[in-house]
Design a protein around this ligand. Structure first.
Ligand code: ZN
Length: 272
């Protein structure tokens, strides 16, 4: 049986001599594993589509719950990600997060549409990447059913005084109300307001706000720590993004380093 769907490639792995195994988030079947036969062969008709962060109209052959990519037409290329290593590596982290929360064979149009929206903004390059990253981390927890409860202090019921986010409980607390040894991130008025906005906003408006330092730093730290804590695992792509963005900040350079060079191996930063 053949099916037509729209799919975003989240991950690729080489398979046999010239093929790939893809993890694809589709509009109709949720997350699926797809064989892309011959995708690494020169002149392959599916090569362009069989790459991470590529969105395509796909025709899949389905046999015994196995999917094979037979035809694909790329529809969205996110061109801004291609030549910017920091943006690309953040996009790869978004893909790994999407893969972590998506269910196999269960369509989740909200998740796909949110992921595409975030990649589009990242590619466009007009917004602060730290803000896009933090909004993505928090909103994806909401879509997956792990939204923190931020109405009032979970312990005393009052509006939180010196607010902190309790990472295990997914709740707000006053600094003095939290128990000793509980994992938490400090918040402030601005970062708390930003978190509430991200949880309440309509899908189209969720990225539409600005935040100044130091609230942006607290918002970023809290959203990342919360997602990592709730998902209970590490993300290689996040570690790579951090090494890349710190390297770029240290160099003051915005271009990706030469192939085969690590970001820190530049002339401006000679090894001691
Ligand atoms: Zn309290």
């Amino acid at each position: 049986m053949y099916i037509n769907t729209t799919g975003l490639v989240l991950r690729e792995a080489p398979y046999r001599e010239s093929s790939k195994i893809l993890t694809v988030l589709t509009s109709t079947h949720g997350k699926i594993t797809v064989a892309a036969r011959g995708a690494r062969r020169r002149g392959s008709r599916i090569a362009a589509a069989a790459q991470p962060l590529m969105l395509s109209e796909m025709t899949l052959f389905v046999h015994r719950d196995r999917y094979t990519l037979t035809e694909a037409q790329p529809v969205e290329l996110f061109p801004g990600l291609t030549h910017d290593l920091a943006r690309y590596s953040l996009g790869a982290y978004f893909a790994e997060l999407l893969e972590a929360v998506a269910d196999e064979d269960v369509p989740n149009p909200e998740l796909l549409s949110f992921g595409l929206n975030a990649l589009y903004l990242l590619s466009e390059g007009k917004r602060d990447m730290r803000l896009v990253k933090a909004v993505f981390e928090l909103r994806i927890m909401l879509i997956s059913g792990y939204a923190p409860s931020l109405a009032a202090c979970a312990r005393c019921g009052e509006p939180a005084n010196d607010p902190v986010l309790l990472l295990d409980e997914g709740a707000l607390s006053c600094l003095r109300c939290k128990k000793p040894g509980e994992a938490y991130e400090k918040l402030c008025e601005g970062s708390l307001e930003a978190m509430r906005f991200v949880l309440d906003a309509a899908p189209r408006r969720v990225f539409s706000f600005r935040l100044q330092e130091p609230a942006l730093r607290r918002f970023s730290a809290a959203c990342e720590a919360y997602a990592m804590h709730q998902l209970g695992r590490r993300f290689k792509t996040l570690e790579y993004y951090k090494s890349v963005s710190e390297g770029i900040a240290a160099d003051g350079a915005k271009t990706p380093p030469e192939k085969g060079k690590k970001p820190e191996d530049t002339d401006k930063n000679p090894a001691p």
